[in-house]
Design a protein around this ligand. Structure first.
Ligand code: NAD
Length: 446
């Protein structure tokens, strides 16, 4: 190992904010962490393999369209403590304090490549001095036990100069109020001695830090909290399937009046890249021979959900199908885990004529991503037999007015039920998803 270029203990240098911190990955998670660290006084370099992203950050441009107001890049850069670089910046790679925020999923599945690459690079650059590596990326327990030691070529529990931490993120990136400062941060380290070092960083950027017994407990927290939501949402969709003759959303609204029951709504699919991935992360690391049968069965059922939804839609359709919303979340451009994308795939495979609109994607992108023809909003509404209101983007707020003005409006299948109040007593045929109107063929005869 090379001689140490660091004259002071890591904790002391973190305490007086002279220690440079390297953040790996300039996505939403890495860039927001880097900005928070720079604002807290740490000299910070954010590394990304995407040169375009690096260039934009150094030019003061938030490289994530739609999140310009959520990521305080201008403020963070104003103190001169934040810069971006690619991973060939040897000084940043050889830093002693690292936050790892690279993607650990791709195309709806966990991936280990970026994490392995980053840890191997840090491992190769280590000088034998203290090193703090905090994993903010979502990880499985097996990765902590096997991948991390292998990539760093060390035994984390016994290397006294290595401070390994798990500090999973739980931001809801569409809500500026729910961010890394305001959301309680769970933090655990591989060795107890490392906790004060890791806390020096996290106490500076998060209002509340919950120390975990160790990094395994901290790491598992993230998949588990999302797993609860996943299982609840699968159950919600199963209830809608199991009671086709009942207004299941109404049952769920009534159930939600109980003090400890949230109100759920059936949907055409569970979207995004946190909740649907949680069962993969949560089941990868359970003790040998001890499965999570409830989770396994939920995943198997959920895999077939888009095909079931497609069948229900086709049963009430005799012409072109329009879909509003490709992004799984309103007012955002997020195609990862898009239920619309999966549904469209099944509808097209069954020969349906599907047209799709989303204000956050160009017509060319719509076709490239889904194979569907672009739908021209609002001009094409009148030519549809069925309209699936998948994502309630603000642009569609006047959808009820536009539909009621048509001579021959399409049947509306409302994914989340938000247009019910405006459409239920009009001439528009309205089917809230999860009610008998959306699945007439499946409903038992009275
Ligand atoms: N986005 C969220 O709201 C959110 C919330 C909680 C947790 N997370 C987790 O945080 C992690 C990051 O999420 P994100 O949304 O920021 O991901 P992202 O895909 O938007 O960004 C990841 C970035 O890492 C970069 N990268 C990949 N390999 C790299 C390497 N070898 N070196 C340097 N950079 C590399 C990519 O180019 C990309 O810019 C994931 O594990 C995710 O599950 C995300």
């Amino acid at each position: 190992m090379k001689p140490s270029p660091f004259p002071r203990p890591l904790l002391a240098a973190l305490q007086d904010r002279t220690e440079p911190v390297t953040v790996w990955g300039a996505g939403f998670i890495g860039l927001s962490a880097a900005c928070a660290l720079a604002q807290a006084g740490f000299p910070c370099t954010v590394l990304d393999i995407d040169e375009h992203r690096v260039g934009e950050i150094n030019a003061g441009v938030v490289p994530l369209p739609g999140f310009e107001d959520v990521i305080p890049l201008a403020d963070a850069r104003s103190g001169g403590r934040l810069r971006a670089a690619t991973p060939d910046d040897t000084a940043a790679v050889a830093a002693r304090a690292h936050l790892v925020c690279v993607n650990t999923d791709r195309d709806g599945r966990p991936v280990t490549g970026p994490l392995t690459e980053v840890l191997s690079a840090i491992g190769r650059a280590r000088t034998g001095d203290e090193t703090l590596i905090a994993l903010e990326s979502t990880i499985s327990l097996r990765w902590l036990d096997e991948l991390v030691p292998a990539a760093l070529d060390t035994d984390p529990a016994n290397e006294t100069t290595l401070h390994l931490a798990a500090a999973p993120r739980r931001d809801w990136m569409l809500s500026p109020q729910m961010n890394l400062r305001t959301l309680p941060r769970v933090l655990g380290t591989a060795r107890p001695e490392s906790l004060p070092v890791a806390r020096e960083l996290y106490d500076a950027i998060s209002d509340v830090v919950h120390p975990a017994p160790d990094w395994r407990h901290a790491g598992l927290t993230k998949p588990v909290e999302n797993l609860y939501r996943y299982v609840d949402l699968v159950l919600t969709n199963q209830l809608a399937q199991a009671y086709p003759g009942l207004d299941v959303p109404e049952v769920l609204r009534l159930a939600g009046t109980k003090w400890n029951v949230p109100t759920f709504h059936p949907s055409i699919g569970i979207g995004g890249y946190c909740i649907p991935l949680s069962p993969h992360f949560a089941t990868d690391g359970t003790a040998r021979d001890i499965p999570l049968p409830l989770v396994d069965s939920a995943m198997a059922w959920d895999t077939d959900h888009p095909a079931r939804v497609a069948e229900s839609i086709l049963a009430i359709t005799d012409g072109p199908i329009g879909i509003l919303g490709l992004s799984y979340a309103a007012n955002a451009r997020i195609v990862e885990g898009s239920p619309t994308r999966r549904l469209t795939e099944h509808l097209l495979a069954r020969g349906a004529d599907v047209r799709l609109h989303d204000p956050y994607f160009t017509p060319e992108e719509i076709t490239a991503l889904t194979g569907a023809r672009p739908l021209k909003w609002p001009d094409d509404l009148g030519g549809l037999a069925t309209l699936i209101a998948a994502t309630p983007h603000d642009l569609y707020a006047d959808l009820p007015d536009r539909l009621t003005a048509l001579d021959n409006p399409p049947t509306v299948v409302d994914n989340l039920g938000g247009y019910g109040t405006a459409l239920r007593d009009t001439a528009v045929r309205y089917a809230e998803w999860g009610t008998p109107a959306a699945r007439p063929s499946a409903a038992p005869r009275p």
